[in-house]
Design a protein around this ligand. Structure first.
Ligand SMILES: NC(=O)c1ccc[n+]([C@@H]2O[C@H](COP(=O)([O-])OP(=O)(O)OC[C@H]3O[C@@H](n4cnc5c(N)ncnc54)[C@H](OP(=O)(O)O)[C@@H]3O)[C@@H](O)[C@H]2O)c1
Length: 244
């Protein structure tokens, strides 16, 4: 049987890597997008191939319109289409109060988290066939109102609104659009944007008393793109141990 293709943005590291591996285990051919981490993307492609799967690495800066258009064009030409899109690529500079926030950090985050998600959603809306599934990665920060996380939360709020409106715009297309909102998982992004004390503080607020494993976020994405979620459209699935 022909494998479906899943394009995972920012798949070289962190939650994207875990998601790409999980979707490979579910039988998808994986388009591994990366921006800086070419070695990590190549090693993931090798691991998937060695495990009997199909994967290709694709460089694209997700905030660049030409890169994103060419990414979709190449994946469609070389892997037969994009059946599943996971908008995972994201950045989060160190937390800081709004009064002290560096506007360059703000712009970079807006470019990757919002513009990048928008550009990928736009390509998917233009190119995806009936039966396609899209999952974008938001964050429980949207609902947490944590001091210092304002701009990041705002970008993820934008991701949720873009997805919600795309659901309505794609009515009748046969494409499902959903969001996963993870709590804290210990990835580079979290380590770089939070102090140890801030991570501990959030951990104390989680009823399950621990952080998320990347695999647990990947499992939620795998569920939403599967037939088990065939009537789930426009959902925001929290994976945060009860944090919010
Ligand atoms: N970890 C958490 O607790 C948590 C919680 C809620 C939401 N999230 C969200 O989950 C997603 C993944 O985060 P993570 O924690 O796995 O972070 P991470 O380990 O720092 O990974 C970030 C990924 O985004 C990619 N990326 C960054 N800028 C890019 C660009 N311009 N173009 C393409 N790819 C780009 C990176 O690729 P390169 O290295 O190739 O640049 C990398 O693969 C993000 O959207 C994040 O906001 C994470």
């Amino acid at each position: 049987m022909q494998r479906e293709t899943a394009l995972v943005t920012g798949a070289g590291r962190g939650l994207g890597r875990a998601t790409a591996w999980r979707l490979h285990q579910d039988g998808y051919a994986i388009a591994v997008n990366y921006s800086q981490s070419s070695d990590a993307a190549d090693s993931l492609v090798r691991e998937i191939t060695a495990d009997g799967g199909v994967a290709r690495a694709y460089h694209a800066d997700i905030s660049n319109p030409q890169d994103v258009a060419s990414l979709f064009e190449r994946v469609c030409a070389e892997m037969g289409g994009v059946d599943v899109l996971v908008n995972n690529a994201g950045v989060s500079p160190a937390r800081a109060p709004i009064r002290d926030y560096d506007v360059n950090d703000f712009d970079r985050m807006l470019a990757v988290n919002v513009r990048g998600t928008f550009l990928a959603l736009q390509q998917a809306a233009r190119r995806m066939r009936s039966g396609g599934r899209i999952v974008s990665i938001s964050s429980s920060t949207v609902k947490l109102d944590a001091p210092g996380a304002g701009p990041y939360a705002a970008t993820k709020g934008a991701v949720e609104r873009l997805s919600a409106i795309l659901v309505k715009e794609l009515a009748g297309s046969g494409i499902r659009v959903n969001v996963v909102a993870p709590g804290l998982a210990l990835t580079d992004l979290v380590i770089e944007s939070n102090t140890e004390e801030q991570i501990e503080e959030v951990k104390q607020m989680i009823p399950m008393g621990r952080l998320a494993e990347p695999q647990e976020v990947a499992d939620a994405v795998a569920y939403l793109v599967s037939d088990r979620a065939s009537f789930v459209n426009g959902a925001v699935l929290s994976v945060n141990g009860g944090l919010v």
